[in-house]
Ligand binder design. Structure first.
Ligand code: SF4
Ligand code: SF4
Length: 347
């Protein structure tokens, strides 16, 4: 598909046409306050490093009502159920960083696969056109390339946007994305070489990542039983911050809020870092200590998801957990330990 260009003077009109009949979320605010949200087309920030939270909440909200029930005791069928199911509306998100788009694609295979479809996720995901914004200058905490991605990666996107001198370049990735671009003031322009040049520069700026192939090659049980996990888990507070900020974490809990008159069934983000997450009704907990819980998080990201998703790692290298962890646990250091032979990984 050909590339397109929007001149700087036409950016406001471009964003107005994206919003035509759709919700439009764009990067708003600066620094660590930057969020993807609805606002005027003249307030779009094109110079953020990444949004504070990942865009997963647009598809999988932190708290979501699934169903309401009302007690109508004067009726023959006293309980009335009301599906609060997905009321998704046509939406465009502009400015998803490629690491986060990759994260959405990973979660999409969890919420929609050949065994199961989550209607709440599906409705929103399929009604949303995702426009990425490439990272020409990755932040120091970014390591998407080491995780198999790229600052100019296209996985999970309908269009990849990238800044060029005097405007914004657009590379359609899907037919749906190209259709949308054709409805705007963007004009065709050959920018193929420009993207390649920018991508090579951005990957070089990120530096050469560690080769994580030993994790792929190691047997699952060998990684699972490696003695380093206790030392790795020692400092963890089990606060769950890493999982809430992670674009690929997707665990939830379902709870009923109820009274005599009825109630609501909702699902809320949950975290494998919590002791409660795996405790059984009998009181038995198969992950009783921090060691099992921390091991679960890293094994899930770096071994279980790649085994289930054709080698794609469950960490996209967005760096949020590295920045947000209150005790500086760094997934890159853990990955290095997982790469080493058991005798050396205990350090
Ligand atoms: S943010 Fe850090 S301390 Fe908190 S659960 Fe994650 S690894 Fe543990
Ligand atoms: S594990 Fe950390 S660096 Fe990797 S995708 Fe999740 S938050 Fe980002």
């Amino acid at each position: 598909m050909p590339e397109y260009l929007v001149k700087e003077s036409g950016l406001k009109e471009f964003f107005q046409s994206l919003a035509n009949g759709r919700h439009l979320l764009t990067p708003q605010g600066t620094g660590d306050k930057c969020k993807l949200e609805e606002a005027g087309p003249d307030k779009v920030n094109l110079d953020y490093s990444n949004t504070h939270m990942s865009p997963k909440s647009a598809f999988f909200p932190q708290s979501e009502n699934l169903m309401a029930f009302h007690n109508k005791s004067d009726k023959p069928n006293p309980f009335v159920y009301q599906d609060l199911g997905d009321k998704a509306q046509p939406t465009v998100i502009f400015g998803i960083r490629p690491c986060d788009a990759r994260g959405l694609s990973i979660s999409n295979r969890v919420f929609q696969n050949d065994r199961f479809t989550d209607p709440y996720w599906k409705g929103k995901y399929e009604q949303t056109i995702k426009i990425g914004l490439a990272c020409a200058s990755p932040s120091p905490q970014c390591f998407c390339a080491a995780m198999g991605g790229s600052p100019y990666g296209e996985l999970g996107l309908d269009v990849l946007a990238f800044k060029v001198e005097g405007g914004l370049g657009l590379k359609p990735v899907t037919a749906q994305g190209e259709e949308l671009i054709k409805q705007t003031n963007a004009a065709q322009e050959d920018l193929a070489q420009e993207i390649k040049k920018q991508e090579a520069k951005a990957i070089e700026a990120q530096g050469v990542g560690t080769d994580l192939k030993p994790i792929d090659d190691k047997d699952l049980m060998e990684l699972f039983q490696d003695p380093h996990w206790t030392a790795t888990a020692e400092n963890c507070l089990n606060c769950g911050v890493c999982t809430f900020f992670c674009p690929t974490c997707h665990c939830f809990d379902i709870q009923d809020e109820q009274s005599e008159q009825g109630g609501i069934r909702m699902r809320n983000w949950d975290t494998c870092m919590s002791w409660l997450f795996t405790v059984h009704g009998t009181g038995h907990n198969p992950r009783p200590s921090k060691t099992e819980r921390v091991r679960q998080r890293f094994m899930h990201k770096l071994k279980y998801i790649p085994l289930k998703q054709d080698g794609i790692r469950g960490c996209t290298g967005c760096g949020r957990c590295v920045v947000m962890c209150p005790v500086n646990i760094d997934i890159r250091e853990v990955a290095l330990k997982m790469c080493q032979p058991p005798a050396q990984s205990q350090a």
